[in-house]
Design a protein around this ligand. Structure first.
Ligand code: FES
Length: 279
């Protein structure tokens, strides 16, 4: 029997914002009934301000899925789309006063639906690109999703990955792949104890995580604007980078560095200070 917080029980028994907005401005659908959980999020967005003025959900899932979806709709209302994009699955779980570890995948599903809805509003490509590698065929979980969830939640074991994504929770044939992904991210063997706080990352883990965030989150965005970046060094909280290509001498360089710092603080450690190497 799962141990649910009072907030989860309340939102399960009396969920808020259930249903579907008529002619919504944005729709985000994730999961599938075959896989056991599905969520449809609809949003009304004020086109002048970009603020989410209404949000509703329909879900097929357990008490945690209903409570997480309801929490999500409460969290996004009144936020701009950019602010909403910063909501993490952890924010959803925190809003609920926590979720059982085995049910964290419900908070991940909520965050995914939100990302999908905002991409839909902006006319962007769906989160899952055609041809993306599916690691877990039982639950249709892609490598990209597994990597994102591992990094954002600092997961270190296959069991945790299963709790957060369901990957590995069926036939188990994908478990070696999940282990390989964990190893490639943390670059350690055997896998370490889960760091409860970012401050507990070893230097090796921290450098590996910074490099991974740069490769996956930062470099693609810079390259989209014909720029680039290299990690030069990490000294305690200081992360020294070199901006490359069109980023060199760009008058927006200071803002770029600030954005990189924010992303690394969000995904690696809250005390990070990013400095650009001048050459
Ligand atoms: S392929 Fe992942 S559990 Fe079956």
């Amino acid at each position: 029997m799962w141990e649910y917080t009072k907030k989860v029980r309340d939102l399960f028994l009396h969920p808020k914002n259930v249903g579907e907005i008529e002619n919504p401005d944005a729709v985000g659908e994730v999961g599938s009934i075959i896989c056991g959980d599905a969520l449809k999020l609809t949003l009304r967005v004020d086109k002048d301000t970009g603020i989410i003025v209404d949000a509703k959900f329909q879900t097929f899932g357990c008490a945690s899925a209903i409570a997480s979806s309801s929490a999500l709709t409460e969290l996004v209302k009144g936020k701009t789309l950019d602010e909403a994009l910063k909501i993490s699955n952890k924010d959803i779980a925190d809003f609920l006063g926590g979720l059982p570890e085995e049910k964290m995948h419900c908070s991940v599903m909520g965050q995914e639906a939100l990302t999908a809805a905002i991409a839909d509003y902006r006319g962007e490509a769906p989160a899952r690109e055609p041809g993306e590698r599916v690691v877990c065929k039982c639950f249709e979980v892609t490598e990209e999703k597994i990597r994102k969830v591992i990094i954002e939640n600092r997961l270190t074991t296959v069991e945790e990955v299963t709790n957060y994504t369901k990957a590995g929770g069926g036939c188990g044939t994908c478990i070696p792949d999940i282990q390989a992904i964990l190893k490639s991210i943390w670059a350690l063997k055997p896998l370490p104890e889960k760091p409860k706080k970012p401050g507990r990352l070893t230097n090796l883990q921290k450098i590996a995580l910074i490099q991974d965030v740069i490769e996956r989150e930062i470099r693609p965005r810079l390259q989209a604007d014909n720029g680039d970046i290299d990690l030069i060094d990490v000294e305690g909280p200081r992360v020294i980078v070199a901006l490359r290509a069109m980023c060199v001498g760009c008058p927006m360089g200071g803002i770029t560095i600030k954005g990189i710092e924010e992303k690394l603080r969000e995904l690696v450690s809250s005390d990070i200070i990013v400095e650009a190497k001048t050459e």
